[in-house]
Design a protein around this ligand. Structure first.
Ligand code: ADP
Ligand code: MG
Length: 256
């Protein structure tokens, strides 16, 4: 029996090059099981965003195969949501209309749409600003709209590309905690790209450290801390210990 379908995401011998240039990713092999929260961390330019684009089917591999739920990425688009670093909200639409857009395209009825959008906006703490326009929101609020927009379509797999990089540390910490709280309800599988070791360790069940030139997986680290994790988890000796271990591994690949 094939085991491919048991993985949410599987890379087999994946190489990616853009044009004639040196490979961005070379011979990458890994798989992600349902419910894992995998962070991808590594030096700038080592292929982290490219890895997410391959999962979403936005770009094809040059060699090897990428499977999502046992199929080609393009066939699995309905179960994947992608959160970009820049929230890219439509400025002429209200918060509510931005979040509803995907459901409109899916042809979901107006009453179902309104109910789902409303409950998602309540969940991310934006029920007071449903009629506001993006320009009236702070960076943290825009990011929450973007998260609500991704989650309202009930994805099984969530791809997040440095979603909190532009935010101050306090807002980032709060959104990290909120993200884990939301995930308790949804239990989606997550692949999360970040530069920040503390964030990666706090959120993840597993961390892939990429080495550059060409991008490849240098370390595959399990973060064996129980969920739920919350503000109290921060500052715990167990968390600090794992942050130190991941920082050390990352320094090793940065010097390559
Ligand atoms: P990261 O997200 O880790 O910073 P990226 O995946 O964005 O890295 O990029 C990896 C490398 O691939 C970089 O050298 C980048 O310039 C190059 N690259 C990314 N996208 C393209 C593209 N569409 N065309 C050509 N080169 C690209
Ligand atoms: Mg990137």
């Amino acid at each position: 029996m094939s085991t491919v379908g048991r993985h949410e995401v599987a890379f087999r011998g994946v190489t990616k090059r853009y044009g004639e240039r040196m490979a961005v990713l070379a011979d990458v092999d890994f798989s992600v099981s349902k419910g894992e929260f995998v962070s991808v961390i590594g030096p700038s330019g080592c292929g982290k965003s490219t890895l997410l684009k391959l999962v979403s089917g936005l770009t094809p591999p040059s060699a090897g195969t990428v499977a999502v739920d046992g199929s080609e990425p393009a066939a699995a688009r309905g179960i994947v949501s992608y959160i970009f670093q820049d929230p890219t909200l439509l400025p002429w639409r209200t918060v509510q209309q931005n979040v509803a857009l995907g459901l409109e395209l899916e042809g979901i009825s107006r009453s179902d749409r309104e109910q789902r959008v409303q409950s998602m906006l309540t969940l991310v703490g934006l029920s007071d600003v449903v009629q506001a326009f993006p320009r009236q929101l702070s960076g943290g609020m825009k990011m929450r709209v973007s998260i609500a927009r991704a989650l309202v379509s009930r994805p099984r797999i969530l791809l997040m590309d440095e979603p909190f990089a532009a935010l101050d540390e306090m807002t980032r910490d709060r959104l990290n905690e909120e993200l884990l709280r939301l995930r308790e309800e949804g239990q989606w599988t997550v692949i999360f790209v970040t530069h920040a070791v503390t964030e990666a360790v706090f959120l993840s069940s597993r961390i892939l450290i990429l080495a550059p030139h060409p991008g490849r997986i240098a370390h595959d680290i399990q973060v064996d801390l129980p969920y739920p994790r919350n503000a109290a988890t921060r500052g715990s000796a167990a968390l600090e210990e794992r942050i130190a271990a991941v920082s050390k591994a990352l320094r090793g690949v940065q010097s390559l």
